[in-house]
Design a protein around this ligand. Structure first.
Ligand code: PXP
Length: 250
């Protein structure tokens, strides 16, 4: 379907560089929606390095599309998420020393804690998604843990150097989509996607939603958020999908 979730964390990163009150990520979310975003994504990190509790609360009251909160499995964060009730929570790994989320959640190793978090979120009426690497066993474990969706980490593709390595990563993503869909999951994509590299990923059949942050916020600094989102939406819309022939056309 190629829906676009715009991650507005880095608008708050600029604000926090001065500990000031601008730019406001809530304004950025409104502008992103006016540019055609299908959803707004934010990450309320345990260290509150960019998005604050106030941002989360005002986003909940103002976002008119889909609100997707990225969260760690920390019990305090899950409690906050259950009280906030965004449309979707995407569970992600979190380390204080990382610059951004590095790789996917280890749903297999953290099975017990993940299941507890998913149950609490689902009981609160929130859709759940697991941010995982394109590894079949992690995707299957996500389905078993009760998630409705997985967001496949596209960082491996984004960081791959050379066409051969990129093609190998695209094949991994394609296989991950197949595993996710056959487990009955909705399959999203995210991390490291840019105006330059998004099209081959958007051409794969089966991704529903793309969560993109750094590249859009970077472009927004130059052309404005509304235009930056419009340009990314155009790329997603124009990505060619393989033609599927109906049985009597084959
Ligand atoms: N999806 C998830 C789960 C993430 O953690 C992030 C980064 O916060 C993104 C998507 C967006 O990644 P990027 O900023 O590289 O577009």
């Amino acid at each position: 379907m190629n829906l676009l979730g715009v991650n507005i964390d880095h608008v708050a990163t600029i604000r926090q560089a001065r500990k000031a009150d601008e730019p406001d990520p809530v304004w950025a979310a409104v502008e992103a929606e006016l540019g055609g975003a299908d959803g707004i994504t934010f990450h309320l990190r345990e260290d509150r390095r960019h998005i604050s509790d106030r941002d989360a609360e005002v986003l909940k009251r103002t976002v008119a599309t889909k609100l997707n909160m990225e969260a760690s499995i920390d019990a305090k964060i899950i409690r906050l998420a259950c009280a906030l009730k965004p449309d979707q929570v995407t569970l992600v790994p979190e380390r204080r020393e990382e610059l951004t989320t590095e790789g996917g959640l280890d749903v297999i190793r953290l099975r017990t804690r993940v299941r507890t978090a998913v149950k609490k979120l689902r009981d609160a009426g929130i859709d759940t998604s697991a941010f995982v690497e394109p590894a079949p066993e992690q995707i299957e474990a996500s389905a078993e843990a009760g998630f409705e969706a997985v967001e496949i980490w596209t960082g491996g593709y984004a960081h791959a150097k050379g066409q051969k390595r990129r093609d190998a990563q695209l094949t991994r993503l394609n296989e991950a989509i197949d595993v996710g869909l056959s487990c009955g999951l909705v399959v999203h994509a995210g991390h490291g996607l840019t105006y330059r590299n998004v099209t081959p990923v958007a051409e794969l059949m089966g991704f529903t939603e793309f969560n993109i942050g750094h590249s859009i916020v970077s472009r927004a600094v130059i052309v404005g958020m509304r235009e930056a989102v419009r340009e990314m939406k155009t790329l997603l819309r124009e990505a060619k999908r393989p033609i599927v022939l109906l049985p009597d056309e084959q």
